[in-house]
Design a protein around this ligand. Sequence first.
Ligand code: BGC
Length: 247
Amino acid sequence: MSQVFGIDIGGSGIKGAPVDLEVGDLAVKRKRIETPQPSTPEAVMDVAARVIGHFGYEGRVGCAMPSVVVDGVAHSAANIDPAWIGTDGQTLLEARTKCEVTLLNDADAAGLAEMRFGAGRNEDGLVILLTFGTGIGSAVFYRGQMLPNTEFGHLKFRGMEAEHYAAARLVEREDMNIDWWAQRVNEYLQHLDFIFTPSLFIFGGGISKRWGDFHEFFDTRARIVPAELRNNAGIVGAALAAHEASQ
Ligand code: BGC
């Protein structure tokens, strides 16, 4: 299996690298460029094309972004410019790069990577991966099959959207005490646990590297483990999705 390019569009940075899909890791060090503000589709895809161009790459590209994505078209824009809604990001990036592009949700990409190469390997039951960052992303798998575009970060919880109640942003940018935040996350996890009865939660997002500081607050019926691919899950999963689309 040759290398496939993966790219992850985030609220603060756009990161990408060729991915070695035999081992499930970046083939070379990734390139990161700040996300343009405002993060309009044209501006973002210009930067994405620069990230790909940096490697002189030509071939299939997987691109993850923080939106519901159906057939290459973004249908939501919670932490990105609202102009994305209704935009065919896949065609836009293809036009800029002349590469064949697969566009998908960022948490779905992270989930694909964790299920193949990380904490979800060999898990056959109902698995819910959550990414805690600026927002909360979700990916759901049953018997290894993904149910795409779940948006559990936008469930109404305690009178607000769950991601306003429990995103890692509260700790990382708004100085909330981490114990306090972890207790909020636990309430949210228990709610999901009750509604979906998963066999496993995979806890992802940048803050998962501090797992040791807060996991003692979690008390769910389902097992809960930290993501293994950490920051690169979106890139690896995007490349995987692009590869699978070509099969
Ligand atoms: C978006 C999701 C995304 C998540 C993580 C949420 O606000 O609605 O699509 O997966 O943030 O970036």
